[in-house]
Design a binder for this molecule. Structure first.
Ligand SMILES: Cc1cc2nc3c(=O)[nH]c(=O)nc-3n(C[C@H](O)[C@H](O)[C@H](O)COP(=O)(O)OP(=O)(O)OC[C@H]3O[C@@H](n4cnc5c(N)ncnc54)[C@H](O)[C@@H]3O)c2cc1C
Length: 356
C-alpha cells in the first residue's frame, strides 16, 4: 500500500482548507498528501457566515458582505453597524469547487474513501472526523435554513437579521436568522439552542413556513436550497492518539457560545502550515482558555435561564458593535471583555460562576 507524508481524514471545511493552505504555500511540491473523504460528490451543503475580522483565502466564494445587522427581541429592535468588520456568507459549493480544482493540478494529492486503502503508519495525520457517540442530552445549536426566492422585492439587502426572538420559545432558546442575498432572495433559518432529545422542536418546516408568512409577510416564494445541521456546544469525543492532530470542529475550532467555526478553521490552517515542519501534539492550537472559560459560564446561564437569553443578547449588543464582534470572534482584549461582562445581569452570571 502506498505511503503518504501527510494524511487528512475528512475532506470537508477544515480538511480542504488545510490542503488548500498547504498547496498554495508550496508545501506539497516535494511531499505527498492523502485526503480520506467518504462523500461521493461535492455539492453546496452549507452557507458559512462570520464577521470578517481578518483576511482569508476564500473572498471569491463570498455570496455577500453586509455592514448592517439587526437584533430583534420582543419590544426592541437594535440596528447595528460595523464598517470595519463586514459580515460575510460563503457558498460552500463554490468553496469545494475552487479547492478541488486547485488540488487536482498536483499529482502528489490523492483522494481515498477509506484510511484502510493506504499505509499511514509513518504519516502525519490531521483528523476532522468525530469518533464515538453523540450525547443528545447536552446542549446543541440545531437549525434548518431555506434559501427562498420571492416574486416581488421583499428584502432590504443592506441589512441582515442576526437574531429575531419574536417567535415561540417553547422553554428553550429559539430565534430566526435572515440573510438577504438580494432584494428577492434570502436564506432564512430557524435556530434552537437546546438538547437534541426534544423532537417537538424539530418541526422546522412548519416553523419556517409560519415565520415567513406571519413575521415576514411573504406568501409566494420558491425554495431554492435547504441546509440543516446540529452543532455540538460542547467538545465531543475525538481520537486522542498523540500522533493525530485534530482539526475543524473535531479539533475544538467551534466557538461554543456561538457555533462560529469557519474563520477559526482558517486561522488554524495557517498555524499548521507555518509550523508544519515541527508540528506535533505538543503545540496544539486553542481558541484561547479565556473564551473556553467565559463560554462555559455563558452556556451554564443559557441552560438554567433560557427565558432570559433574548434580554442577555440585547444587553450584550449595547456595547460598541465592534467590541461585541471582536468578542464573538475571539479577538477581544481584556478591557473589551470587561465591557461585555459589565453589561451582563450580575446575579445569574455569579450563580453560574460559583456552580461551575
Ligand atoms: C448546515 C451548517 C451550517 C453551518 N454554518 C456555519 C456558519 O454560518 N458559520 C460558521 O462559522 N460555522 C458554521 N457551521 C459550523 C462549521 O463551520 C461547519 O460544521 C464546518 O463544516 C466544520 O468543518 P469540519 O471540517 O470540522 O467538518 P465538515 O465540514 O463536516 O467535514 C468533515 C468531513 O468528513 C467527512 N467524513 C465524515 N465521516 C467520515 C469518515 N468516516 N470517513 C471519511 N470521511 C468522513 C464528511 O463527509 C465531511 O466532508 C455550520 C455547520 C452546519 C452543519
Amino acid at each position: 500500500m502506498k505511503e503518504f507524508d501527510y494524511v487528512i481524514i475528512g475532506g470537508g471545511c477544515a480538511g480542504l482548507s488545510l490542503a488548500y493552505e498547504l498547496e498554495v504555500n508550496n508545501k506539497l511540491k516535494e511531499k505527498s498528501l492523502a485526503i480520506i473523504e467518504n462523500r461521493n460528490q461535492y455539492n453546496r451543503d452549507k452557507t458559512w457566515s462570520f464577521w470578517k475580522v481578518f483576511d482569508h483565502n476564500f473572498e471569491d466564494c463570498v455570496i455577500k458582505n453586509w455592514n448592517n445587522f439587526t437584533i430583534n427581541t420582543p419590544g426592541n429592535s437594535q440596528v447595528l453597524k460595523s464598517n470595519k468588520y463586514p459580515y460575510q456568507s460563503i457558498d460552500s459549493g463554490k468553496f469545494y469547487k475552487k479547492i478541488n480544482s486547485k488540488l487536482s493540478s498536483n499529482s502528489n494529492i490523492v483522494f481515498f474513501k477509506n484510511l484502510s486503502e493506504i499505509n499511514s503508519v509513518n504519516s502525519i495525520i490531521f483528523n476532522s472526523v468525530f469518533g464515538g457517540e453523540t450525547d443528545k442530552s447536552k446542549l446543541w445549536q440545531h437549525f434548518q435554513g431555506i434559501e427562498i426566492e420571492t416574486q416581488k422585492n421583499m428584502f432590504d439587502d443592506e441589512v441582515l437579521n442576526l437574531m429575531d426572538f419574536n417567535c415561540d420559545q417553547r422553554n428553550d432558546v429559539h430565534f430566526f436568522y435572515t440573510l438577504p442575498f438580494s432584494k428577492n432572495r434570502a436564506l432564512i433559518e430557524t435556530t434552537w439552542l437546546s438538547n437534541l432529545k426534544s423532537k417537538n422542536l424539530m418541526d422546522y418546516d412548519f416553523q419556517l413556513e409560519d415565520y415567513i408568512k406571519h413575521n415576514l409577510g411573504i406568501k409566494n416564494y420558491k425554495v431554492k436550497f435547504t441546509e440543516k445541521g446540529a452543532i455540538p456546544l460542547f467538545y465531543p469525543s475525538v481520537n486522542k492518539d498523540k500522533k493525530i492532530i485534530n482539526i475543524g470542529s473535531a479539533g475544538g475550532m467551534t466557538r461554543l457560545s456561538t457555533g462560529y467555526t469557519f474563520l477559526n478553521i482558517q486561522e488554524h490552517s495557517r498555524y499548521l502550515r507555518k509550523n508544519l515542519e515541527k508540528i506535533d501534539n505538543k503545540n496544539i492550537y486553542h481558541l484561547g482558555k479565556k473564551y473556553e472559560f467565559l463560554d462555559k459560564i455563558f452556556l451554564k446561564v443559557l441552560k438554567n435561564n433560557p427565558e432570559k437569553m433574548p434580554e442577555i443578547f440585547h444587553k450584550m449588543f449595547q456595547n460598541s458593535t465592534d467590541t461585541v464582534i471582536k468578542f464573538l470572534s475571539n479577538k477581544s482584549n481584556i478591557f473589551e471583555d470587561l465591557k461585555i461582562i459589565s453589561k451582563m445581569p450580575k446575579i445569574i452570571f455569579l450563580k453560574a460562576l460559583i456552580n461551575r
